[in-house]
Design a binder for this molecule. Structure first.
Ligand code: ATP
Length: 281
């Protein structure tokens, strides 16, 4: 019988009737999940990943969070980019996270987005985090099960770039409902997108789609779209992988300056409307 094959492709739900359940990879994967604390109730956990650094993953994470917040959903951002945290500063948060015997409280941005990041725990924001991979991965797990997130419709996880320890821990330990891959138009990046895609697939996490950042720059005088980083190949890549393109974001000076002003809680990002549909469905 198909569900009795020990091949890792069956669902954990079919374990009860399967003779191979104890040694089955699908059940083992399930057992590695870390339960949240009793004060955390998150409806959807969405990972934002990129194969490579600097493609604007934090920008996309925060934009998705803003978009859902604007639609009235309660949202949180778990900044899992431990060595390069940028989310609190984008929202103008420079305070220290506080806790009690039950756990740590996320900091609350002006638009009520709940945020947890290593920068909220350091004595100085400029202190570098020089920890080995397993320690960093442990902190990310604590951000899930020791932070009192409360009731959230969406928790966005801003992952560090690449396919290392932290993405692996997040996929294994958190109940990730889907990932969004961020890319930029360069050829090399398209290849790296596939690595992120295959990692998610291997971890049985659905890929909700791809967002291309830095797609073009719009001339402020004539409105012409200039492909600064070359022609986009995102549609080809998406088609090849069988996923949707959820949006193409230009290099937008308005977005850059709102990040500089640390007022991301005011952003309305219309470039990612298709992503909202996918997140709500
Ligand atoms: N579409 C955009 N328009 C203008 N500025 C942008 C855009 N996307 C990103 N930026 C800016 O580029 C910088 C890098 O973006 P971001 O921090 O989101 O990248 P990242 O992929 O998360 O980086 P890392 O991988 O190093 O964590 C930031 O200052 C951000 O504000």
């Amino acid at each position: 019988m198909a569900e009795e094959q020990n091949n890792g492709s069956c669902s954990p739900e079919s374990c009860s009737s399967c003779a191979h359940a104890d040694s089955c990879p699908s059940k083992q994967k399930e057992s590695m999940k870390v339960a949240p604390n009793e004060y955390t109730h998150v409806k959807k956990v969405i990972g934002v990943v990129s194969g490579k650094g600097g493609v604007g993953k934090s920008m996309v994470t925060a934009s998705l969070a803003r978009m859902m917040r604007e639609q009235g959903y309660s949202v949180g951002i778990l900044d899992a980019d431990i060595t390069g945290p940028s989310i609190p500063k984008m929202y103008g948060i420079h305070e220290h996270a506080v806790g009690n015997e039950l756990g740590m409280f996320p900091c609350i941005a002006k638009d009520e987005t709940r945020i947890m990041s290593v920068n909220l725990l350091l004595d100085s924001e400029d202190t570098p985090v020089i920890w080995r991979g397993p320690i960093i991965a442990g902190v990310v797990t604590q951000f899930w099960n020791e932070v009192l997130w409360g009731d959230l419709d969406y928790l966005f996880v801003d992952m560090p770039p690449g396919t290392g320890d932290v993405p692996l821990t997040v996929f294994q330990s958190l109940p990730v409902d889907g990932v969004i891959i961020v890319t930029s138009p360069q050829d090399l990046v398209q290849m790296i997108v596939k690595k992120a895609y295959y990692m998610a697939k291997q971890m049985d996490v659905p890929v909700l789609g791809i967002v291309e950042n830095y797609s073009y720059l719009e001339c402020p005088d004539c409105g012409k779209k200039i492909p600064v980083f070359g022609e986009s190949h995102v549609e080809e890549t998406a088609e090849e992988l069988g996923v949707k393109v959820l949006g193409k974001m230009p290099l937008d000076p308005k977005l850059a300056s709102i990040v500089e002003e640390e007022k991301f809680y005011e952003v309305t990002n219309d470039y990612l409307k298709d992503a909202a549909e996918v997140l709500i469905s």
